[in-house]
Each structure stands twice: as C-alpha cells, then as structure tokens.
Design a protein around this ligand. Structure first.
Ligand SMILES: [Fe+2]
Length: 193
C-alpha cells in the first residue's frame, strides 16, 4: 500500500479534509500565542569554546566556571556549560532532580560508577543519586553541557548536607560576576525564563 500523500489544499488523499487553503504552507501562524508564555531564547556560539568571550564564564571554584544558557526560575532548572581546567575531585553531591549531560570536551567520571563521560557522549543522572565527580589526571580542560533540574546538595561521605546550589544561586553568582566584569548585573536576565 503506497504512503498517504497529503495535499495542502484538499487534505489527505483518502478523502478527509484538513484546514487551510491552497499555498498557505509557508504562511506564519496568524493567531495569538498563549497568554503568559515566556519568550523563546537563542544563545549563539555555544559550541565555539575557543572564541567564547571569557567574561561569560562565571567562576564557581578555583579552575571551575560555568556559562549560563537558560535559567528557569519558573520550573526550577538550569542549563549551563561547566568548564573545569584542573584534574582531581570536583565535588560530592546529591541531586534532587534529574540531570542530563552532554560532554563537549575532555572526560570525567563518578567514583561510584565504572562508566566515563567522554567527548561527544551523553549521560543521565537520576534524581536521588549521590556521587563524586572526578576529572582525571591528564585532562587539561573538561567542558560539559548540563541540564540540571532541582538542586545540587553537596554532602560529606555520609550524606550530610554542606551546601546547596540551584537555579537561584546560579543567578546570584552570575549577577555578581557580570557586574564585576563590566557586563552589568542585568546581563543575566536574558537567560531567565
Ligand atoms: Fe551529578
């Protein structure tokens, strides 16, 4: 049986009709977007790591910085690039929400697992898990695109909480940094939805 062919004017050739008139395929949507919908967001040159304006990277610890891409105060998550330029243990933390990671450069792993996150790879961290991030010896720079829902709870080896980080602490840190480097406190606002 041949694939169904859809005609914009007359609908599927099986006889049922679809809305629209002839030649309207390239006409932009003419209606109103829903009330309360946030603006869309486009960040250019996200993968252009070599030429990125250094001021965009917000320091978070010695040799560790992040570049915010989307800071979702309405849903409690953030998307950012994390850059680490040292090897060794970075942190032990628990996640209150799911995390998706795409490694853009270098490699890293968790002491609790035998898998490695490597350049070009994708990984998922389930909510509730506690793990200890290490960048191995010989890796001069690691950059990973993290989509982090909820909070990082930094813990001691027995799970006792020491510090919490979430979209709001990211915004605070970015505001202070962007003011210091001359971009202005409001620079971070463009990433908030
Ligand atoms: Fe994690």
């Amino acid at each position: 049986m041949p694939d169904e062919i859809t005609d914009v004017a007359n609908g599927p050739t099986n006889g049922s009709k679809i809305h629209g008139t002839k030649n309207d395929a390239a006409v932009p949507f003419q209606g109103d977007q829903p009330y309360g919908m946030p603006n869309d967001l486009v960040v250019s040159k996200v993968l252009d790591l070599e030429t990125t304006d250094e001021r965009l990277w917000v320091p978070q610890a010695p040799s560790v910085s992040f570049r915010p891409l989307l800071l979702s105060t309405s849903q409690g998550y953030f998307v950012n690039l994390l850059r680490v330029t040292k090897s060794g243990i970075l942190s032990r933390h628990q996640h209150t929400g799911p995390v998706c990671a795409t490694t853009l450069k270098g490699r890293w792993h968790y002491l609790e697992h035998d898998w490695w996150a490597e350049e070009g790879g994708f990984s998922f961290e389930p909510p509730g898990e506690t793990h200890t991030l290490e960048v191995p010896e010989g890796c001069e720079e690691m950059v990973t695109l993290f989509h982090v829902t909820g909070a990082y709870v930094y813990v001691d080896p027995w799970g006792r909480a020491e510090k919490v980080e979430d979209v709001f602490s990211k915004i605070r840190a970015a505001r202070e940094h962007y003011e210091k480097v001359g971009l202005g406190r409001g620079y971070v606002d463009q990433f908030i939805r």
